[in-house]
Ligand binder design. Structure first.
Ligand code: ATP
Length: 250
């Protein structure tokens, strides 16, 4: 039987009487790549905020494996193993690509660097493998400031991966990307399949079709449907919910 990596149990939050997330329950299995979709304002980002501790819930529970992380601080939840990538990447622009990954992979890199020891071997191997995986091996010596938008997003993804999070939360990873960058991101995320547990919020249905196994559809703060892309696209409730918005078919 599959192991639950993330268990969300009846989670909700109310902002001045408005329930932005209203009794959402879902389980993301270890190694699963789950995609969360829904029209604007459905509550997807707020759900990510509740998981990562950016927003405090007013009801329900969140578990990372066996550990309850409900309403812990963002810092504590990150330390417990929830890695979150926001739409706007936060990399160290003055540092090289490699150095960004080194800093992310090592809790106190300055200690090693100042002593002239370089980085411990396991970290260096991990950084090398990650540079290859995110397709930035050739750019390793470049300052992050001169990377393209897509490359910056991949670097930030790499910076999360070197920390070995128990789950990766990705909020619209293809936002602002060119078509070629979006396709490369789909390939990258497909490579991560099975190696990492990932929850992705995404609007771009072409991209969703390329990566999705199981999709959860949110509407008005609740889970409307869950299933394969074929099941979701033919679900009458989902079709109705998308009427008047951008539509589920891209
Ligand atoms: N801090 C807040 N205070 C009040 N209302 C909020 C707050 N955060 C979110 N909301 C509201 O909750 C609803 C859900 O917002 P959320 O950003 O989670 O939706 P979403 O599904 O991520 O939408 P989008 O696809 O447009 O990003 C919206 O109506 C939003 O205005």
């Amino acid at each position: 039987m599959a192991t639950a990596a993330l268990t969300i149990d009846n989670i909700g939050v109310e902002f001045s009487g408005f329930r932005a997330v209203d009794g959402v329950s879902m389980i993301v299995d270890e190694g699963e790549l789950r995609v969360l979709i829904g029209a604007n304002g459905a509550g997807k980002t707020t759900l990510m905020d509740l998981i990562s501790g950016k927003t405090e819930s007013t009801s329900g529970h969140v578990y990372l494996y066996e550990d309850e992380i409900t309403n812990k601080s963002e810092h504590a939840i990150a330390r417990a193993g929830v890695g979150r990538k926001f739409q706007i990447p936060s990399v160290f622009k003055d540092l090289t690509v490699r150095r960004n990954l080194e800093v992310a992979s090592c809790p106190s890199p300055s200690v090693f660097a100042n002593l002239g020891f370089g980085f411990p071997r396991p970290s260096r191997d991990k950084v090398d493998a990650t540079l290859e995986l995110v397709g930035l091996a050739e750019e390793e010596g470049l300052p992050a400031a001169i990377l393209s938008h897509g490359q910056t997003q991949w670097l930030e993804l790499g910076m999360l991966m070197v920390q070995d999070p128990k789950i990766l939360l990705l909020d619209e990873p293809t936002a602002g990307m060119t078509q070629a960058e979006t396709q490369k991101t789909a390939r990258l995320i497909n490579e991560l399949r099975g190696r990492h547990t990932i929850l992705v919020v995404e609007h771009d249905m072409t991209f969703v079709r390329e990566i999705a196994e199981r999709i959860t559809v949110m509407h008005l703060g609740q889970v409307l449907a869950e299933g394969s892309i074929a099941q979701i696209e033919t679900d009458e409730k989902v079709r109705r919910a998308y009427l008047g918005s951008h539509g589920i078919v891209s």
